[in-house]
Design a protein around this ligand. Sequence first.
Ligand code: GLY
Ligand code: MN
Ligand code: MN
Length: 440
Amino acid sequence: MQLGPKGNLEIYNHRRQKLLEKIKDGVAIFFAHPEQIRNNDAHHKYRQDSTFYYLTGFTEPESVIVLDGKTSKFSLFVREKDATRELWDGFRYGLDGAKKFFGPDQVFSIKDLASKLPELIKESQRVYYRYGDHREHDEVVLEAMQAARRAKGRSGLGFPDLIDGNSIVGEMRLIKSDDEADLLRKAGHITSMGHIAGMKATRPGMFEYELEAIIESEFRRLGSERLGYNSIVGTGANATVLHYVFNDDKLAENQLVLVDAGAEYGYYTGDITRTYPTNGKFTAAQKKLYEGVLKVQKECVSFVKPGIRLADIHNKSIHGLIDVMLDLGLLKGSAQEIFEKKTFTKYFPHGTSHWLGMDVHDSGIYQIDGQSRLLEKGMCFSVEPGLYVPQDDSSAPSEFRGIGIRIEDDILVTANGYENLTKDAPKEVNEIEDLVGSSV
Ligand code: GLY
Ligand code: MN
Ligand code: MN
């Protein structure tokens, strides 16, 4: 096991320094993600909270960081070394290890959190903390704030202000540094390779979960630690369920299968959707719908540059898809009216983009003063238009019923335009037809 944070300690020092400048004379508290029971005494595999990791690189549960804007002190609470627990569960840094490898000014046992926290926050009238996510953490923080106020005696001062610290870090996380872009690039590449492995192995008669296993195994083989989110593998009409989770159906001839899967690498995730024929050959109807979505998706991607807004991309996607729906007889009437009355949502019910980074739906404010914010270099997001025609939709031409198509890439805003981080995953009709089933 390689000790210390991934990458350079300086990266994390720099992020904490930037945060300290933003909180001025306030104090910020961040908790590690709590461990979660899966069933009985078995746990879900642990993953650190993204914001906590962003600020420390520290991956152990039961840890807390306190940053003091007045003194610039970084305090870290961690689990103590414990020979018995380490025999069962493996290595822990303990206080000395955490101090040595993660650079806090002071380190404490997590057992002392309740007694030490009032002392650490007592000089500040502003506490930055994301309340409401975990009630057990809220209780510790509110109790410490109360204790700090009591300790001041009859000061006349009220309760310190409580401000959501995660949203401040969220804005920092929104703009990806070159190091973060590298990790996203790698996650995008591994995710692409997983999708290619899946396409090659696809054949009618296999089960959705077999395809899922092939894709996820390629992710792991290429060094991905875990998934960024649960994979969606939906064949036929299952593809019209946006967050389909069962993945237990059999792929039939002449169906399209929709795969939305993303590998996480170094705590950053890819998020790709590809849709392709189970037998490697689009039917005429599938091809018409697919090429419509593909054209819109490519137009939306190539439109990206600093200074435009996610709302502009979404509008482009809506207008493009309305034209496709009118062309193919899915909708009737005027494009303007369909846009204004939002009747397009019958077949395109979701947004086109979300921020992407450590979380698949990453942190960062979408609107400023009621308007979609301007894109800047370093922002990363998905572009994922889709059309979904329910099986039982008697108003749709019968050839399109039960088809769901989404095409999704991960786009990084550069100084003058964009970089498609998932360009290695094929999406052209001829590329897909060549690849699908080629290793069967
Ligand atoms: N994979 C989740 C999403 O595309 O938003
Ligand atoms: Mn996705
Ligand atoms: Mn997405």
